[in-house]
Design a protein around this ligand. Structure first.
Ligand SMILES: Cc1ncc(COP(=O)(O)O)c(C=O)c1O
Length: 367
């Protein structure tokens, strides 16, 4: 048992799982979870500039669900890694883009739980023979010693089994029906916070990549007392693909619901997954300066752009609404954009100090 596992009874512990009463008819119901996220994440008012009249936006800070283990993926991993351990796995394989937040969170969580982690990072043919570098999410993955392959999940699984290992495969983004429970649980959390703070949200907005977060959120929003309308902004695929994909996840829970009735999915991918225009990066900078909230350029940034665009084009749709925006994390991905953002951030300057101010010479001193 690793020292981390032994150190704290709550964090990392296995817990028997009881679904919310409104989700107890779904099937299969997971038997256990692993406590990986720092929950509940806060909800606070978000004073975004240029909102329609009387529209209030609140933000749920799932970016604060941890540090290395932060963002929306950790909620899904609580269920997925509990299953991996229950099946006696000794390693996990998962897949994502080169700056995948999901791969980073999986690599860290796996190590905490004494599982080896194999990451398949999708890259272009041109870059496949090159070292994928040490920036942002990749730095964390490599620090915790994840095995990084620019290969295929099935091939890797076969090889590991031949070597006598017991791999557990986590799909891209942790998005299958089991992972979706992470956001069914998030709805229970929002429901409790809304009751405590006496606030009724009309809408919930989130980024949608691999679809698992939206499947859980939208199903939970309909089944629970929240009844908020869920709006998803797609950051990598077409809305049609995502309606179909989330439908599969919902069917996998025997929920008898149509994804088109549960969620409104709009395209916000722009140039493509993890690719940004200068305007999008400028937007991230603008919102950070105006509100202190740092969005990531891949997920929450594109969702916020999509939401504000829709609010501008259809103000009556949002007028007097209370909207809850889910910040799905991804801060580390911003480090991959440093070169593109250099010209946008404030310039530094050296303070002019006149000769009467005493100086302490030497490097390595604190002051
Ligand atoms: C920061 C961030 N937000 C949102 C998403 C989308 O979440 P999901 O994959 O559950 O649809 C992703 C995943 O790509 C992400 O990395």
């Amino acid at each position: 048992m690793s020292s981390l596992m032994a150190s704290h009874r709550g964090f990392l512990a296995e817990r028997p799982y009881e679904p919310p009463s409104w989700a107890s008819h779904l099937s299969p119901i997971p038997s256990h979870t692993r406590s990986l996220a720092h929950l509940p994440t806060p909800i606070h008012k978000w004073n975004l500039p240029d909102l329609p009249e009387e529209t209030e936006v609140w933000i749920k800070r799932d970016d604060l669900s941890g540090m290395q283990l932060s963002g929306n993926k950790v909620r899904k991993l609580e269920f997925l890694l509990a299953e991996a351990l229950a099946q006696g796995a000794d390693c996990v394989i998962t897949i994502g883009g080169v700056q995948s937040n999901h791969c980073r969170a999986t690599a860290v969580a796996a190590k905490y739980l004494n599982l080896d982690c194999y990451l398949i990072l999708r890259t272009s043919e041109v870059l496949a023979d090159k070292d994928p570098c040490l920036t942002g999410n990749l730095l964390v993955e490599r620090l915790v010693g994840a095995h990084i392959d620019l290969a295929l999940a099935d091939l890797l699984k076969r090889r590991l089994i031949e070597e006598g290992r017991k791999p557990y495969i986590i799909p891209a983004g942790g998005s299958n029906s089991l992972g979706a429970w992470g956001y069914i649980e998030a709805v229970r959390e929002i429901e409790q916070q809304s009751q405590t703070d006496k606030i009724q949200f009309d809408d919930i907005v989130a980024a949608c990549g691999s679809g698992g977060s939206i499947a859980g959120l939208s199903l939970g929003a309909q089944l629970s007392s929240l009844k908020a309308k869920v709006h998803a902004f797609s950051i990598c695929d077409t809305p049609k693909y995502l309606y179909d994909f989330t439908q599969g996840l919902i069917d996998g829970l025997q929920a008898s619901a149509d994804s088109h009735d549960l969620v409104n999915i709009k395209d916000a991918k722009g140039l493509g997954y993890a690719m940004n225009t200068a305007e999008e990066l400028q937007f991230v900078k603008h919102i950070a300066e105006a509100t202190g909230v740092i969005l990531d350029p891949v997920g929450s940034g594109k969702a916020a752009i999509g939401m504000l665009k829709d609010m501008k084009e259809n103000p009556s749709k949002w007028k007097s609404h209370k909207v809850l925006f889910i910040h799905t994390g991804g801060l580390l991905g911003l480090f991959d954009k440093v070169d593109e953002m250099k010209s946008m951030v404030g310039k530094w300057r050296k303070m002019e100090i006149d000769d009467t101010v005493p100086r302490v010479e030497g490097t390595g001193k604190m002051l």
